[in-house]
Design a protein around this ligand. Structure first.
Ligand code: SF4
Length: 441
């Protein structure tokens, strides 16, 4: 607990210092941020957190390698929305990063307030999703170097559409957009496959690189294998002590979206799947977490990261591409159809009932005792789904806490109120299950 407080003080000072210089020294702030991220990457390479299992350490290292590598090579960077398949960019040796990853990293350096303000000063409303507000602030302030290309899809929200057209205007870069029909049908997959081809073509022209279709096919086949391993790993989580934390779950969400198709992502999920057999039994409270956890909230860190009695069994943002409703429609011979099918059938595409169905399945497979639906400020998707989610999960016998906050901005959370609610909820779950404290068997 003391360590959490001390490191928060140091990073908080760093972030506040950067905050003061966003307007007068954007280049200096960029260099300082990069130096901080590079230091964190060094730590994940050489001094991985001893409190994490090998898969957790690997997820942290891969995420840092991926995002920091992209920021160090802006000329090879493509800023994408989180659900857009990235295999074509990866197969061209490019570096895709998502709005969520960039904003989380900025927030990890406690520098999110200044960038949100920069976006608001440029006319972005403070009701706009903070992942996008912070990203827009990094672009408006000139702190983030302009990438040659941005690419997004209509899943899962309108924020993406607005943000990416604004980014194109600010950065003067190339932009590609993929429209994804709500209705999951084979025709929709063909329609999306054609757009993914055009997006890749645009990347070839923008970066002057040729796409190796054989490599792409190999990567897309590996993506499916990886998702299969991820699906298999879920059942292994039931009643096992996972030794994870909120940040680990975020890293897994990044791996699933940004690195799918790479040998590293496959190895990550294989490690996760295999290590579960040797995990200790767990008799405490396992939570299904819906949406991004507010990893930055110190009271939540104390309750979820540092507790032996409560853990996150699974976060739905890391398993939205895993198909539970039967096998794939298309074989993996055509990489474009393979990626398109994954996108069309993603649980975040279309009506909230699909995300609810996915959450129920995740809770069942991981043996979750309760669910927390985290309504991120500005995310109409999650807020709209929250009550449906509550009704469905409660009907399955799971206590549900719907809680408002901000996954990216500390100032968007009333920490005291939120921790009081989570404490009371966990106490209620514990009492209901007749368990005492101390969950590891
Ligand atoms: S948090 Fe919600 S509003 Fe923000 S990008 Fe994600 S889906 Fe869109």
């Amino acid at each position: 607990m003391a360590d959490t407080g001390r490191s928060a003080q140091v990073v908080g000072w760093f972030g506040r210092t950067l905050d003061r210089h966003i307007a007068d020294s954007p280049d200096g702030v960029r260099r300082a941020l990069l130096a901080g991220f590079a230091l964190k990457r060094w730590q994940t390479r050489h001094l991985p957190s001893k409190g994490l299992l090998p898969s957790g350490q690997m997820a942290a290292r891969l995420s840092l390698e991926h995002i920091v590598g992209a920021l160090e090579h802006p000329d090879e960077m493509v800023v994408t929305s989180i659900f857009l398949p990235t295999e074509p960019f990866l197969a061209m040796g490019l570096r895709p990063v998502t709005a969520e990853a960039l904003s989380q990293f900025v927030s990890g350096a406690w520098a999110e307030d200044g960038f949100a303000r920069a976006a608001e000063d440029a006319g972005v409303p403070d009701t706009f999703c903070s992942y996008h507000r912070v990203l827009l602030g990094t672009a408006e302030s000139g702190v983030m170097s302009a990438p040659p290309m941005v690419a997004s899809c209509s899943v899962a929200c309108d924020a993406n559409n607005l943000t990416f057209s604004a980014l194109q205007r600010i950065w003067g870069c190339s932009r590609s957009y993929v429209d994804v029909p709500y209705e999951p049908t084979p025709e929709a997959c063909r329609y999306v496959a054609g757009q993914l081809r055009s997006c890749a073509k645009q990347a070839e022209e923008t970066f002057g690189r040729a796409l190796d279709e054989d490599l792409l096919r190999e990567m897309c086949a590996r993506s499916r294998e990886t998702l299969e391993v991820a699906r298999h790993s879920l059942a292994g989580r039931a009643r096992r002590w996972l030794d994870n934390d909120m940040t680990t779950e975020l890293y897994f969400a990044l791996a699933e979206h940004l690195m799918l198709g790479t040998p590293e992502a496959h190895e990550l999920y294989r490690t996760l799947d295999e290590e579960q057999a040797s995990m200790r039994a767990f008799g405490g409270t396992s939570l299904l977490w819906v949406h991004m956890p507010p990893y930055h909230l110190v009271p939540f860190q104390q309750m979820l990261n540092e507790s032996d009695d409560v853990q996150i069994a699974c976060c739905d943002m890391g398993y939205d591409l895993v198909p539970f409703d039967g096998g794939w429609w298309f074989g993996d011979g055509d990489p474009w159809l393979s990626m398109a099918e994954r996108l069309v059938r993603c649980s975040f595409n279309g009506p909230a009932t699909r995300r609810v169905a996915q959450a129920r399945e995740l809770a069942r497979l991981t043996g979750a005792d309760a669910a927390v639906v985290f309504c991120h400020w500005g995310c109409k998707q999650t807020m709209g789904a929250a009550q449906l989610m509550r009704e469905a999960l409660e009907a399955d016998g799971l206590p549900v806490l719907v809680i408002d906050g901000d996954g990216c901005m500390r100032s968007g959370c009333s920490a005291g109120q939120m921790s009081t609610r989570l404490t009371a909820f966990l106490e209620m779950v514990r009492t209901r299950s007749g368990r005492e404290m101390g969950g590891i068997g």
